[in-house]
Structures are given as structure tokens and as C-alpha cells.
Design a protein around this ligand. Structure first.
Ligand code: GDG
Length: 732
């Protein structure tokens, strides 16, 4: 029996022993008393009977004064084992006769003698008292009998305890075995039917159990594959081993390097994008070709005749291939269908998606354009193509049609909604069919994967293996897996001291030297909960007036999709709210909010992360959110508090953050108060644990896991192709 089972049994056995023990303690004196009373009653009845039997010869002896005859009768009565002596006395109390075994303290006046039970029986004749018989019975045996009864009772209790304990252990063991058996059969069954077939007690657990087991399997797999931490070097060598010599192409809308014309000169800009932050280290590790929309005003001027550019410009490691779009194409495909349609469709932020046929047509055309570029760039017939994000839902199928042997991996960087929400898209079937051109489709969380499988189940005729997380559609197999995205762990910066950074940063912001600084860093997007964040700060200052002038929120909001109405309205709202709040707390040492709607460079952002006391991530819905992880990575002083929305993918990993519902303004305000007043010891404990997690689960792991899975699928595909061609040759 496993140790756990033994522990469970102990939980029953110990209280049982205690209860039985207490019961025995209460019962033993009672039983003692009862047996004594029964035995005494028996003795009295016996002496009564004997007195009755002796009364006639005794009377005769008293009347005739013939003592000898009666003496013999008395002796024969005394031969009984308990009667030890009998005295016959006359009416005056004189001894007339006595059994031969006389007991010295016993005479006609005796009322009690130790160790004896004395019973008197009066002898009468015609109403006149003739004398009396005194019977003495031995009572010492009563103690022996009581002791025996006590022993029997204790024995019975011990036996009862043993029987119940064994019975319990057996029942526990048996239930455990049948529980495990049901659980095993449950987990091995077809998932689609599991819910109905599962025993009722398991039904609420089925989803959780499966998710837990899948996660445990993945963790184990990763640990087996990577006893040490994931690094760029390790990813590179893994790519070398697993995809040796294979061609790698990346496709994304956003390019990692943008060239802008600034007066007479050209400046290089890095976009504010989680996707770029995540994929760039992968490209550096595997040096392939990154195909993206050339959106900068000086982009054309900086490419070669094949629209190629080696990047990073200072130390080239891979090729950037720029694709040109007309303003109409960009308006329809990027702003229209992708960002007014799919973005709000996939995020629950209460902004209605807008679907226009003209946008859809541009989306189809641009996806086709990128597919043509992939096919043109591919030097082999089976490249590994990494497609990024919701701008290219149709691309995988388009590539698959021309390059059937390609391994196409797509990562969907935003949440996937439930089937009902997705169902409002007029082109839902086309989008799903496009996505099923992938070999491997990745989301941030198991929950998004589940939503995707259920959506496909709802709208397409496919074969879905929930257990294996695969979809078979028109002969193609797509594996759907969660890969939580992350960041590259920064190199330690020995030169930068956090205490100094804090001081200079407050000085730059014209804040007092000792001042609490909260930070928000986002693209200016309605999904990021910037308004709710400001409201939480406002509420904090309202409920804690002692903090007015002592806390400032620095909000960096990188302009994004600013040509869309929804984003312009958001900017107006955010600016106005910041202004209102600042006016409300006007005459103080420092403003409540410093709002910077501008683009910061990477180094500036790190400086901000290191100099603040609190980082606020209050997204209303977010696939992962990399700002949360960047803040943690920047805090090598192990201080600072992260407030994190429960609606981010990051909240599933960073449990030591203060997790909030951003819609609940009071909760946000309370979390802010808790963060501001949190002791350093607690900050350190939380930060240390989160840093460990982000360091280990970094972007190289994200890419590594995805590429390992892709390599495995690629091998499987090659084997099945070989078998296929051999069987064809055999048939000829
Ligand atoms: C999508 C998903 C998912 C922000 N402002 C500036 C700037 N940033 C950088 C941050 C961070 C990135 O942009 C934002 O990443 P997030 O993950 O927070 O959000 P999205 O852009 O919405 O990204 C998201 C992500 O894709 C990855 O899959 O996590 O859920 O929505 O790296 O530092 N960078 C610079 N200047 C800024 O002003 N340089």
C-alpha cells in the first residue's frame, strides 16, 4: 500500500483508537459495578434457598434440643463452594449449633465480617420466633470474577479496534484502486466522449485533470530535453541538430527594423511590438530569412535589388526581405480586416469588430502576396516556415498548396475566442481552413488551444483528436499546442546601479528624490486597460489622501494604429482622464499622472523598469503580455511589485504578482495600496520566484519547444512519405 494510503488510513485509525479507548474507560467501571451486583444477587438467592431447605431440621433441633442431627445437615450445606459457615442461634441469641468449619469472628451477634456475606433467616413457629440461621458466604471470588470480566472487555475492544482498522484499510485500498482504475480509463478514453462516460464524481474534474497531465507531460519532456537553462546558444545547437541544414523562413506583418526618413538623414527604429521582441532572438539564433511588410518611409532606399537587407545592421545575422503594399492594401488588410475585424473579435474588450467585404478582399490578396514571396524565397521544397500572427490566417493553406512538403508553424499571438464569439465573423470557415494548412499551430495558453479546437469542431467537418490535440482536415494533419511566449533574459548590467537609477530618473521627471513611482508601458490600445489603471490610481488617492503628492504614475503609451477611429478616441479619453485627475490634485508636490504618448527606445524602457516601485499591467484581455516579464527581468535588485491583470496569459505563470480584475476599480486601488506599502522582504520573495520562472521559461524555450515539435512532425512526415513511395513502387 502506498505511503499516502497509509497516511489516509492513519487519519481514520487514530481517532478510532481514541474513541474506543474513551469508550472503554467509561464502560469498565460500569461493567464492574454491574457484575458485582449480579453476583451478590446470585449469592443472596442461593443463601435464601439454603435457609429454606434448612429451616425444618433447624426448627426440630431448636424444639427438641437435638443438636447433632442438625449439625450434620449444616455440614452438608457448607460443602457448597461459596457457603463457608452456618450458625444456628436460639431466640435469645445463643449459639445452638454450628457447622464444623467454624469461623472465629462469626457468632450470633455478627452483622458483618470482612470477606463474607452474612444472611440471616428467622425461624418461627405459630407466630413465635424460635431462633435464626446465619449463613456466611465467601465474597473474595467476586474481585477475581470482576477482574476477569474487565480483561474480557478490554480484549473485546482491542479485537473490535483491529477488525475495524483492517476493514477500513481494506476498504480504503480497494476504493483507491478502483478510483485510480476509473481515472486511468477516463484519461485514456476518447476525450470527445469522456464527459458523458466519466463516473459522476469525476465529471467536474475531467478538464482540469487532462490539462494538468498534459502540462506535467510537457514539463517532463522539457526537463528531459533540457537539464540546463535555455540560451540562444542552446537553441542554435538544437536547430543545428534537429533541423540540420533546413531552411528557415519567418513571415510577419511587422518588420524588426524600420528605416525612417528624418530630414536629410535616415534613422533606424525598432517597433514597439511583443511579436518582434519575441521572434528576433530566434532569427538571430537560426539565421534565416524574415519576410515582412516594409512600412518605413526609407525602407525602399535601404534594401538591395531583391528587396533584401542584412540585419541587425551593425552585426548582420539574418536576412530581412521587405514586401511592399499599396496604401489601399494596407488600409484594407492591416487596419481594416486585421485590426478592426480580427483584433476586437479575438479580444474581449467590448469593442465591436467591423467586417467589410472590401477589407476581406484585401486581406486575401495580401496573404496571397506574402505566400508568393515565401515560395519565391524558398530554396528547397520543404522549408520550415514560421508564420506570425492573425494578419496571416490564410497564408498557411496558400503555402501548403505550392509547397506540400513544407513544415509550416504558426504562432497566434493574441487570444482565441470561444466558438460563439468567433462565429460572428462572416468568413469564419475560410479563416479556419487557412489555419488548418499549418503543420503546427501555437497559442499562448491551453485555454486558447481548447477554444480553437472547439471552434473548428463547431464550423468545419474535421476529425479532431482532443487527446493528441490534432485536427485532420482534407488529408492534412495540424497539431495544436500551447507555447507560452517570453523574453530573452538580459545580460546582467554591472555598471547600472538601481539606487542611482532611481535617483536620476526622479530628477529627470522633476519628482522629489523620495517618491513612489508606478509605471505603465503599453502600446496605446484599448485592450491594455489604461483607462481602468488611471481610475484605480484616482480611487487610491481618494481613499488614501495621505498619498496625494507622494505617488505618481508614469504612463508610457506607444502610439499604435492611430489612423483608426477607435484608437483616436482612446487617445482622447486617456489624455482627458489624465488631465482631469491631475487637475483634481493640482496643488501638490508632484503630479498624479505623467502621460507620455510617444515611442521610447529599448534602453529607456529598461531604465524606467529599474527605476519604478510598481509596474501596472491591467489589460482587459491579453494573449501573454511581455511588459510584465520585461519588468521582472530588469529587476536584478529583486525589488518592485508587479500588479497583473487576471486576463493576461502571463497571470497563468506569474503567480507571485498581485493579480487583479482590472474592471474592478476598487480592487485595483487596493492592490496599488498594497504594492506601495509592501515590505521589502515580501517584495524580494515574490520577485525572486518570478525572476526564476522568467529566466527559465524564456523566449529560447518558447522557440525551442515549438521547433522541437516541428522537427518531430517533420521526421514523422518524411517517414510516412518514404513508406508511401515504397508501397507505390511495390505496386508498379
Ligand atoms: C502581442 C499580444 C503578446 C511598448 N512600448 C514601447 C515598446 N513596447 C514593447 C514592450 C513589449 C512590447 O512592446 C509589447 O508587448 P505586449 O506583449 O505587452 O503586447 P502586444 O504588442 O499587444 O503583443 C501580446 C505579444 O504579442 C507577444 O506574443 O504577449 O499578448 O497582444 O516588448 O517592451 N518598445 C519600445 N518602445 C516603446 O515605446 N521599443
Amino acid at each position: 500500500m502506498p505511503l499516502r494510503l497509509f497516511q489516509i488510513s492513519l487519519r481514520f485509525i487514530l481517532p478510532l483508537a481514541l474513541i474506543l479507548g474513551l469508550f472503554a474507560l467509561a464502560l469498565l467501571p460500569l461493567a464492574d459495578n454491574l457484575t458485582q451486583r449480579w453476583f451478590l444477587r446470585d449469592l443472596k438467592a442461593q443463601s435464601q434457598m439454603m435457609a429454606t431447605a434448612l429451616s425444618e431440621p433447624a426448627k426440630v433441633a431448636l424444639l427438641s434440643k437435638n443438636n447433632e442431627a442438625v449439625r450434620l445437615r449444616l455440614d452438608s450445606a457448607v460443602s457448597d463452594e461459596h457457603v463457608v459457615a452456618i450458625n444456628l442461634c436460639d431466640a435469645r441469641g445463643r449459639l445452638v449449633s454450628q457447622s464444623s468449619r467454624a469461623i472465629s469472628p462469626l457468632n450470633c451477634k455478627s452483622k458483618s465480617v470482612e470477606g463474607l456475606l452474612l444472611s440471616e433467616s428467622i425461624l418461627e413457629q405459630d407466630g413465635m420466633m424460635l431462633g435464626k440461621l446465619i449463613l456466611a458466604q465467601d465474597t473474595t471470588f467476586l474481585d477475581k470474577r470482576s477482574a476477569q470480566v474487565r480483561h474480557y472487555l478490554i480484549g473485546a475492544f482491542v479485537l473490535m479496534f483491529l477488525v475495524i482498522s483492517l476493514l477500513n484499510a481494506w476498504i480504503t485500498h480497494w476504493s483507491w484502486l478502483s478510483w485510480i482504475k476509473s481515472l486511468k480509463s477516463l484519461l485514456h478514453r476518447e476525450t470527445g466522449t469522456t464527459i458523458n462516460l466519466a463516473p459522476p464524481e469525476f465529471r467536474p474534474l475531467v478538464g482540469d485533470l487532462r490539462a494538468m497531465l498534459i502540462e506535467m507531460n510537457r514539463e517532463r519532456k522539457v526537463q528531459q530535453q533540457s537539464p540546463q537553462a535555455w540560451t540562444a546558444e542552446k537553441l542554435r545547437s538544437l536547430l543545428h541538430d534537429e533541423l540540420a541544414g533546413d531552411e528557415v523562413l519567418v513571415v510577419s506583418n511587422r518588420e524588426p527594423y524600420i528605416h525612417e526618413q528624418s530630414g536629410d538623414s535616415i534613422v533606424l527604429r525598432r517597433p514597439a511590438s511583443g511579436l518582434v521582441t519575441a521572434v528576433e532572438p530566434v532569427m538571430r539564433a537560426c539565421s534565416g530569412t524574415w519576410i515582412a511588410h516594409g512600412s518605413g518611409s526609407a525602407d525602399r532606399a535601404t534594401v538591395d535589388s531583391h528587396d533584401h537587407l542584412q540585419v541587425p545592421p551593425k552585426r548582420p545575422e539574418y536576412t530581412l526581405r521587405r514586401v511592399w503594399l499599396t496604401p489601399e492594401e494596407e488600409a484594407g488588410y492591416y487596419y481594416g480586416f486585421s485590426n478592426e475585424g480580427l483584433w476586437p473579435l479575438c479580444h474581449m474588450a467590448h469593442v465591436r469588430p467591423v467586417f467589410r467585404t472590401s477589407d476581406w478582399q484585401k486581406y486575401v490578396a495580401v496573404n496571397q502576396r506574402f505566400a508568393d514571396v515565401v515560395i519565391a524565397e524558398a530554396r528547397t521544397d520543404d522549408p520550415v516556415v514560421l508564420v506570425q500572427d492573425y494578419h496571416f490566417a490564410l497564408l498557411p493553406r496558400m503555402i501548403r498548396e505550392k509547397l506540400p512538403k513544407a513544415t509550416i508553424i504558426m504562432f497566434w499571438h493574441i487570444p482565441w475566442p470561444n466558438p460563439e464569439s468567433f462565429g460572428i465573423c462572416p468568413w469564419r470557415e475560410e479563416l479556419l481552413q487557412g489555419l488548418l494548412g499549418n503543420t503546427l499551430l501555437g497559442f499562448h495558453t491551453p485555454f486558447h488551444c481548447k477554444n480553437f479546437l472547439e471552434t473548428v469542431d463547431r464550423y468545419l467537418e474535421t476529425r479532431i483528436e482532443y487527446e493528441a490535440s490534432t485536427i485532420t482536415h482534407g488529408g492534412d494533419l495540424t497539431q495544436v499546442e500551447p507555447y507560452p511566449i517570453s523574453i530573452a533574459w538580459p545580460e546582467p548590467d554591472a555598471a547600472s546601479d538601481v539606487v542611482h537609477a532611481k535617483k536620476t530618473f526622479r530628477h529627470e521627471l522633476h519628482l522629489p528624490e523620495v517618491h513612489c513611482l508606478a509605471l505603465g508601458v503599453d502600446r496605446l490600445d484599448y485592450t491594455k486597460g489604461i483607462v481602468e489603471r488611471f481610475q484605480a490610481l484616482d480611487r487610491l488617492l481618494e481613499t488614501h489622501p495621505e498619498l496625494v503628492g507622494k505617488v505618481t504614475l508614469l504612463q508610457i503609451a506607444a502610439p499604435s494604429r492611430s489612423s483608426l477611429d477607435e484608437y483616436q478616441n482612446l487617445e482622447v479619453r486617456v489624455r482627458k482622464l489624465a488631465l482631469d485627475i491631475n487637475q483634481r490634485y493640482e496643488n501638490t508636490a508632484a503630479p498624479a499622472i505623467i502621460l507620455r504618448i510617444e515611442h521610447y527606445d529599448g534602453e529607456q524602457l529598461t531604465h524606467c523598469y529599474r527605476s519604478s516601485d510598481v509596474c501596472l499591467v491591467t489589460s482587459l484581455h491579453d494573449g501573454m503580455n511581455l511588459v510584465a516579464k520585461e519588468f521582472i527581468a530588469a529587476r536584478d535588485d529583486e525589488l518592485g511589485v508587479l500588479i497583473l491583470s487576471q486576463f493576461t496569459g502571463a497571470a497563468r505563470e506569474l503567480h507571485e504578482a498581485l493579480i487583479i480584475n482590472p474592471y474592478h476599480i476598487e480592487q485595483g486601488a487596493q492592490a496599488l495600496y498594497r504594492a506601495i506599502t509592501m515590505p521589502e522582504l515580501e517584495q524580494r520573495e515574490r520577485m525572486r520566484s518570478m525572476r526564476q520562472r522568467v529566466r527559465d521559461f524564456n523566449v529560447y524555450r518558447w522557440a525551442g519547444l515549438m521547433l522541437l515539435d516541428a522537427a518531430r512532425l517533420r521526421r514523422r512526415q518524411r517517414v510516412s512519405e518514404k513508406i508511401h513511395s515504397h508501397s507505390h513502387q511495390g505496386l508498379r
